[in-house]
Design a protein around this ligand. Structure first.
Ligand SMILES: Nc1ncnc2c1ncn2[C@@H]1O[C@H](COP(=O)(O)OP(=O)(O)OP(=O)(O)O)[C@@H](O)[C@H]1O
Length: 888
């Protein structure tokens, strides 16, 4: 606060009113029920709602990247599972999990934002997805499943609703609430998933092979994408189940080609052993060439990840690390956070920064021609265009720029030398602000141009060099669009047919159907790019988001039956048991129990929600989690699982899994739920110290600016609230008051004993100190100087027979020992270690006043080492005693 002494009464009143206003504002913020920020994220708007919490669009404040925040109730048994598995996945067709924030009641997951629609919504909008696009999207989905399977994880809830589309129209697998590791054939028992996507063995409640049920669901997804309707979806769930077990899906040869029918038939083989492996699926002719591309890419990713080569090796990452290091970030801590998959604020910062860097690098490349334009060098522009990566053109970036060029009035372009783009590109600011700022400015200019109502494509264009350039780019773009296989625009029937015939492994077989495929593609008027980006507040298809409207009628042309495509909720056996115990309809119970009336059945179908924590689910989670060395510090890495011998992995069940009969579920439901809850909390407390610390980190992010240690201090109630809100290492009254005021004659021996612990801690923290050490190693050593300053200025040093300077660095302690640096302290008998403190702290005085044990604080800036040490201690006193050690 600026201290201005008001002179007049009026000024005094004015000052009072300002203070009052800002006080009220702050108070309002504290009291507000509306959640605006969580950790490093600013909540922008709600975009969805899951069964256990809301889903928000948010902005990561340090990087300005958009993310999705998904909340889950801590009581949701799937949340631990979801986080546990999801954080292990680092794959281009799986939504990224950046950070997990755990609060008292909720778990917040910061996820990659997929700005496209759910695949379900996309399908609704398109009625059915053309074969080509289906093949591409399906290859990506299958790639994600192949990746997860390669890590011995099965998804168990594959469905259209769990596949999201990013802004480029790529599929991203999401929602790992039912995921688990799967080690051998027919080993799983928990019934989970969504009935219409369930494999026959699941609907029959047999033990099942998790890999094979995923493959069945893939078949259902592919069928639905191509046909716009589910293969088995009856009003009566029992009938659906019966059909799943006994009937083959109907194939409409007008829509499907032979290869798609062949692939779906294989995927949906009733006998799980007949279903193909993921490699085989991805190599199927129907998916060519997307399948092979995805397969090869996935294998590369897997092999890199297994060798630990996927992180910090790219040029962008190395550059970023260097910059972070120069800015004083603890890059070792960032690396550790990523490698151990901690999903804490450091991981999020790193992942989002890398994304931002990559995006800006891409854009920079694309901006090159535009910047060149400012010097009106056509040759440069054309050259640049010819070297521009076809992939980028295909991805639509260049297309966007082209649009922008077309939309820009030529008169403006002609005077480009002085227009905003040129100024930005050539101004001296460029050096100062760096590429990101430039990028921001550039994009704002593009936006401006795009939004300029006066500038549209109908603007008459002069036949000058820019018109030619525009034409050139347009043609180039069209050529690229048509030739690149990963093109999301619709292929013309001829091109599609050609390319497929070239690549298909067994040409003669599918030729005829491929023509059909292309024809059907033709009939689809809306390609992905044409779709309006998802707006969660809008409801383009009536009330598909509405509570009461879970299914949408699709009129499939004259003479065809109206088809239904429903939004489905996932089920577990626990769900089933819950519904049963609550008197609702349960499909399985119809075989064992009284059959419900159709009316009730419909009711329950329409109001079915994702299960609450259920018996089977609970016990499975708690048991398997408890037994599977759960540790959020990433010690149980997926790769370890993957690399180990499948058969040698222990069975995670330890009994109590209720899967045999519904009646069992019913009997145990009440008690088990409570037991399972307890299991869950046991699991949490059993998690490793590092997990706790990572959680504390997150909690630290979300609540206040206090360090985790301060939380601990608060927890132990050693400080008052007043103390606890002080900045870290601020007022250390608690420490002072706790210390023994009387000099302890045996103090040295105690301290010597403590030395052992200190050494260990020092070693642990050493890597986190790297930046500070590097900084201090150049030129005049601030550590030594700092200690010297303290020793020179602390009055009572001479009388002291002990000096404890609290520090995590032996070098600092040594500098205290150096007589040339401490002329006043030659007679001191022992010097233990140094403690680093923030500047301006009165700690050194406090300690100095203690009779018989002088503790000098080394005055320096922020010392990360101390932070880390504090997380080990319960309060300052303990921390200090833990730190005390003799210099080498
Ligand atoms: N990463 C994301 N990007 C964009 N939107 C998302 C993302 N994750 C979730 N959503 C939106 O939030 C909605 C709910 O999310 P999600 O399905 O993951 O929740 P859930 O609790 O698992 O729900 P349920 O189990 O009932 O399907 C989704 O339908 C989707 O529209």
């Amino acid at each position: 606060m600026v201290s201005v002494t008001p002179c007049t009464k009026f000024e005094q009143n004015q000052m009072k009113s300002i203070i009052g206003q800002s006080y009220n504002k702050l108070y309002g913020q504290f009291m507000s029920q509306e959640l605006t920020e969580v950790g490093n994220y600013k909540i922008l708007k709600q975009i969805g709602e899951g069964s256990f919490g809301k889903v928000y669009l948010a902005c990561h404040k340090p990087t300005h990247r958009k993310v999705v925040l998904k909340t889950s109730d801590k009581n949701d048994p799937n949340v631990v599972r979801e986080v546990f598995y999801h954080r292990q996945f680092d794959y281009l067709y799986i939504t990224k999990l950046y950070e997990v924030i755990v609060t008292e009641t909720k778990v917040w997951m910061a996820l990659e934002y997929c700005s496209g629609k759910e695949l379900y919504e996309h399908l609704l909008a398109m009625k059915r997805i053309p074969l080509d696009e289906s093949a591409k999207l399906f290859a990506q989905i299958a790639g994600a499943v192949y990746y997860a399977h390669s890590l011995n994880c099965v998804h168990r809830d594959l469905k259209l609703e769990n596949i999201l589309l990013d802004k480029k129209g790529n599929a991203k697998l999401a929602d790992f609430g039912f995921t688990r590791e799967c080690v051998s054939k027919s080993s799983l028992e928990t019934i989970c998933g969504t009935t219409v996507y369930m494999a026959p063995e699941l609907t029959q409640r047999k033990n099942y092979d998790g890999f094979k049920i995923d493959i069945w669901s893939l078949g259902v997804i592919l069928y639905t994408m191509i046909n716009g309707s589910m293969p088995f979806d009856e009003d009566l769930e029992t009938k659906t189940k019966w059909k799943i077990v006994n009937e083959m899906p109907e194939f409409n040869e007008e829509i499907m080609d032979e290869s798609s029918i062949d692939l779906i038939s294989q995927l949906m083989a009733k006998d799980p052993n007949e279903r193909p492996s993921m490699q085989k699926i991805l190599s199927h002719p129907f998916l060519e060439p997307h399948g092979t591309f995805v397969l090869e890419k996935t294998n590369k990713i897997l092999s890199k990840q297994r060798r630990g080569l996927n992180k910090f090796h790219s040029r962008t990452e190395r550059k970023l690390l260097k910059r972070l290091k120069q800015s004083g970030f603890d890059t070792q801590a960032i690396k550790a956070s990523i490698q151990k998959k901690r999903c804490d604020s450091l991981s999020a910062l790193w992942l989002l920064l890398v994304e931002r860097e990559k995006a800006s690098e891409k854009n920079e490349k694309l901006n090159y021609p535009r910047r060149s334009r400012s010097v009106l060098s056509v040759r440069k522009v054309l050259d640049a265009a010819s070297i521009t990566d076809g992939r980028l053109i295909e991805e639509g970036f260049l297309a966007q720029q082209l649009d922008c060029r077309i939309a820009t009035p030529l008169s403006k372009i002609m005077s480009r030398k002085s227009d905003s783009v040129s100024i930005v590109a050539s101004s001296p600011l460029k050096k100062q602000v760096g590429p990101n700022v430039l990028q921001e400015i550039d994009s704002s200019v593009i936006n401006k141009i795009n939004s300029n109502p006066a500038s549209n494509s109908s603007t008459p264009r002069k036949n000058n060099i820019f018109t030619k350039m525009t034409k050139f780019f347009k043609n180039k773009k069209n050529n690229n669009d048509n030739s690149h296989f990963d093109n999301r625009k619709q292929r013309t029937s001829e091109e599609s047919q050609k390319s497929r015939m070239n690549i298909a492994k067994s040409p003669g077989v599918y030729e005829k159907k491929r023509a059909n495929r292309s024809d059907s593609s033709k009939s689809i008027s809306r390609s992905f790019n044409q779709l309006v980006p998802r707006d969660h507040d809008m409801d383009p298809e009536g009330d598909i988001h509405g509570e009461n409207s879970k299914s949408v009628q699709i009129i499939d042309g004259p003479g065809r039956q109206a088809r239904k495509l429903k939004r489905f909720k996932s089920t577990t056996s626990s769900d089933i048991s819950r519904q049963t115990s609550m008197g609702n309809y349960d499909s399985e119970s119809t075989t064992n129990n009284a059959r419900p009336s159709d009316e009730n059945l419909k009711l329950s179908l329409s109001s079915r929600a994702r299960p609450f924590s259920g018996v089977s689910q609970h016990s499975e989670i708690s048991n398997e989690t408890f037994n599977s060395e759960y540790s959020t510090d990433g010690n149980v890495s997926s790769f370890r699982i993957a690399d180990s011998n499948r058969a040698s992995l222990p069975q995670m069940y330890t009994g109590n899994v209720i899967q045999d009969t519904v009646s069992n579920d019913k009997v145990f439901f009440g008690n088990k739920q409570r037991i399972a809850r307890r299991d869950l909390s046991i699991m949490s407390s059993a998690s490793s110290a590092s997990e706790k610390s990572s959680r504390t980190d997150s909690f630290y992010d979300i609540t206040t600016a206090s360090s985790p240690s301060m939380m601990d201090v608060r927890n132990t109630k050693r400080t008052s609230i007043k103390d606890s809100v002080l900045p870290r290492f601020g007022k250390q009254t608690s420490w002072k008051s706790k210390r023994n005021p009387n000099p302890n004659p045996n103090r040295r021996s105690i301290l010597n004993r403590r030395a052992h612990g200190r050494t260990q801690i020092g070693r642990q923290s050493s890597h986190q100190q790297s930046i500070i050490q590097e900084e201090s190693s150049s030129g005049d050593d601030p550590e030594r100087r700092v200690c010297n300053d303290i020793l020179q200025t602390t009055d009572s040093l001479e009388e002291a027979d002990e000096l404890a300077v609290h520090s995590d660095s032996d070098a600092r302690c040594m500098s205290v020992l150096d007589p040339s640096l401490t002329p006043n302290s030659k007679n001191r008998t022992s010097i233990i270690c140094a403690r680093s403190l923030s500047e301006g702290s009165d700690i050194s005085q406090n300690y100095a006043r203690l009779p018989g044990e002088l503790i000098a604080g080394s005055v320096s800036g922020e010392e990360a080492g101390l932070l880390q040490v504090e997380s080990h201690g319960k309060g300052h006193e303990d921390e200090f005693t833990k730190h005390v050690g003799e210099p080498k």
